[in-house]
Design a protein around this ligand. Sequence first.
Ligand SMILES: Cc1ncc(COP(=O)(O)O)c(C=O)c1O
Length: 381
Amino acid sequence: MTTQRPGGHPHGPAENPGHAGHAGHAQTWLAGAGRPAAVPGAPVNVPLELSTTYVAGGALEYARYGNPAWTAFEEVVGGLEGGRALVLSSGMAAVAATLSLVPVGGRVVAPDRGYNGTCALLRALERDGRLSVDWVDVDDTPAMIRALPGAAMVWIESPVNPTLEVPDVAALVAAAQEVRRDGAGPLVVTDNTFATPLLRTPLQDGADIVVHSASKYLAGHSDVVLGVVITGEDRLAERLVEYRMLHGAIAGPAETWLALRGLRTLHLRVERSCANAADLADRLADHPVVGRVRYPGFGAILAIEVGSPERADAVCEAVTVWTHATSLGGVESLMERRRRHPSEPAGVPVDLIRLSVGIEDVRDLWDDLDAALQASLATGA
Ligand SMILES: Cc1ncc(COP(=O)(O)O)c(C=O)c1O
């Protein structure tokens, strides 16, 4: 999709912002990219255009092919990840679009645990004979590498949802490139939802494709469902553009506009959430009710294991500052026991509570969480 805005922000890269990464610092890029040209009388925000069609002869023709909100959002995200971004209707639409690149009958190397929607889609595609899946222990990089020859794609999340391992992207990329020397090799795909492009940029480590559930940190306010795919390779981008046009899994302009507004504060939200998460990880390490704290050392998602599913459920029910709800990456802190979902991979402990740490005052988060944990002890849950 070509940019429809005249010019672009004067402080953005002069050409091809979606390919070249961004000039300056990420915060500055987030504040300024994807805006109309700064000319007298121009709005500072891209206008929300609710029109399905455009007068013939211009850059835009029909809203399923492109609209200004997409272009602006894609410019900002593409610049952050250092590739060409395509917005889709949800994170799962981004996952499905990416898996459409696997040739019929191709093999995907996938982690034995990870976001349950991705695992379920892979299982469904395998059931339908569309592709085959090699499920490999996500914590065993050598095993993943051994599975690469002959594979069409390797899929990783970094960190993994919800068990928070951090696969070695650089090692997998190096191994995939080695396999490619002997002919066709696997595309390396990273779901970067948990890390955000502020903490990890997998394309810079050599990954071919990055996907996000933009419903999470990128949009950041738990009010839109949206996805995005980013790649540095034109041939893949063209295939994905075609997929989006023909399968119709398009993002609404209003959702995209809201997500763009959310993106403006990504760095502030991530900074604060991460600081809160690091603080809570420290405090939880000594908590008598918590058997294990999973914290990868960065990011704002933690997981704790509390001994039994009953106790985990009791903790989730008892909190009042935190909200017992699925999803993550919003300004508000959420928690849930992941195995309450029947589709959650069996490799996820039954007593694991995933904590999505928000931007509240960490003292209030701690008091609430500690009280809920202590109460679970008192009731013998
Ligand atoms: C890591 C990860 N990837 C993809 C998705 C799917 O995103 P969406 O809910 O926007 O379809 C999710 C949703 O929770 C997720 O956590």
